[in-house]
Design a protein around this ligand. Structure first.
Ligand SMILES: Cc1cc2nc3c(=O)[nH]c(=O)nc-3n(C[C@H](O)[C@H](O)[C@H](O)COP(=O)(O)OP(=O)(O)OC[C@H]3O[C@@H](n4cnc5c(N)ncnc54)[C@H](O)[C@@H]3O)c2cc1C
Length: 394
């Protein structure tokens, strides 16, 4: 049986960072992945450009039953540490919006950095490896399609359940349960909503149209782009709020967050404005609203002229545009979700070492834990930070 100081199950963002860090400390390190190649989610991330971190990482950008758990790792391996690594490898990158950093070229540049770091430090990587059994005796003993292995430290970095076609499995959660750790309820996060009520017709008619929106649910709100789809709504603001949404909850959406519409309509009325609403609103530069959207959304009200509008009509138009309330029928689920909400209970794991508190030598890092970031590079930063911290102790 081949022995290593450290075996890492899962060669994604967290697993590769942990491998490079552990191997650089002189630990014999092996990464096992069941896929045909490692880092698949890195390759498909950020629309192929990988939003690898964010200038403004704060613990408040993360969801977890224990909101303090992420603080230690995020402060020990920061966005600046990852940026320094990227700079060391001469990678060109840019800030897109709200501190989000993307590769100038392609996401594979980030994977190449991690693989180079692993190679230089001497970490081995074994793909096509199905693990059938894990036992803890004196050491951890693994049975796999690539033969048996043993190790002193076993790191679980198998990620969440999103995008099963990219190799996601529930292996990490099952292993945690095998060793007596609690796993909290799992739910798709950063995921588009589906709509099945009367609102669906409008969404279908507007599929492909994107506009700025303020979306609220459960005391959380996001002001960003909303995209209408054939099945409902998507876009950054929608993905963000989906992580705070539970089945049956109502969403409240302001489709003109930049405008006090009631005041604008009353001002136009006072001025005796004779233009139609669809023309007047689409000409407001700061809104960048398409006439087709206003026509579809307001239907016959789009032809109203402010000079003819009484208070009731003003309220009706304001309600339609600034207070769209509805209950989504669901989300698109694991097929398109970017992340998994919930996971291994962080009370079971040390926030310093990432070792299970009651199981010596067993570590959990990355998305498999109950820590989920916002859209914008926060999830990769969690993977880097937790992977690096565990790599100091394995
Ligand atoms: C489409 C998409 C785009 C995204 N874009 C971004 C972005 O731009 N910025 C950002 O911060 N986050 C992004 N994310 C989220 C980010 O990819 C994840 O949060 C991050 O990859 C989690 O890292 P991880 O190492 O914990 O898990 P993963 O990267 O998912 O790695 C898990 C690894 O474990 C392996 N594995 C799973 N089961 C087994 C098993 N049974 N045996 C062996 N190996 C196994 C998998 O093959 C995989 O290689 C995106 C996610 C998706 C789906």
């Amino acid at each position: 049986m081949k022995h290593y100081d450290c075996i890492i199950i899962g060669g994604g963002a967290a697993g590769l960072m942990c491998a490079a860090t552990a191997a650089a400390r002189g630990k014999s390190t092996l990464v096992l992945d069941h896929s045909n190649k490692v880092g698949k989610k890195i390759l498909m991330s950020g629309g192929g450009r990988c939003n690898f971190t964010n200038y403004y990482i704060e613990p408040t950008n993360y969801l977890s039953a224990n909101k303090h758990f992420c603080k230690s790792a995020l402060s020990r391996f920061t966005q600046w540490d990852f940026i320094a690594l990227v700079d060391k490898h001469g990678l060109a990158y840019h800030e897109k919006t709200q501190g989000q950093l993307f590769c100038d070229n392609k996401a594979s540049d980030i994977l190449t950095i991690l693989l180079n770091e692993c190679e230089q430090a001497g970490a081995e990587i074994q793909t096509h490896c199905e693990i059938s059994k894990v036992e803890k005796n004196e050491l951890y003993e693994l049975q796999s399609s690539q033969g048996p292995f043993s190790c002193t430290s076993l790191v679980v970095a198998t990620g969440g359940l999103s995008i099963p076609t990219m190799g996601a499995t529930g292996f990490g959660y099952e292993l945690a349960r095998q060793f007596g750790l609690q796993v909290s309820e799992l739910q798709a996060g950063l995921v588009p909503f589906t709509i099945s009520d009367k609102n669906l017709d409008s969404c279908k008619a507007l599929a492909g149209v994107s506009l700025q929106a303020l979306i609220e649910c459960n005391n959380q709100s996001f002001n960003d782009k909303l995209l209408f789809t054939h099945r409902g709504i998507s876009g950054p603001a929608v993905l963000q709020i989906s992580s705070y949404w539970r089945s049956g909850d109502e969403l409240r959406i302001d489709l003109l967050p930049g405008l006090d519409l009631e005041e604008q309509l009353k001002t136009w009325r006072q001025q005796g404005q004779k233009g139609e609403l669809k023309n007047l609103l689409s000409k407001l530069d700061e809104l960048d609203l398409a006439k087709s959207f206003i026509q579809q959304w307001l239907q016959e009200d789009a032809e109203l002229r402010p000079c003819d509008m009484n208070d009731e009509k003003i309220q009706r138009v304001c309600h339609a545009l600034k207070n769209w309330c509805f209950k989504p029928s669901g989300t698109e689920g694991w097929r398109t979700a970017e992340v998994t909400l919930g996971g291994i209970d962080t009370n079971e794991v040390s926030s310093k070492t990432f070792e299970a508190k009651n199981v010596d030598g067993l570590y959990f890092i990355g998305e498999v834990l109950d820590v989920t970031g916002w859209l914008g590079g926060f999830n990769f930063q969690w993977a880097w930070a937790s992977g690096w911290c565990a790599g100091q102790y394995v």
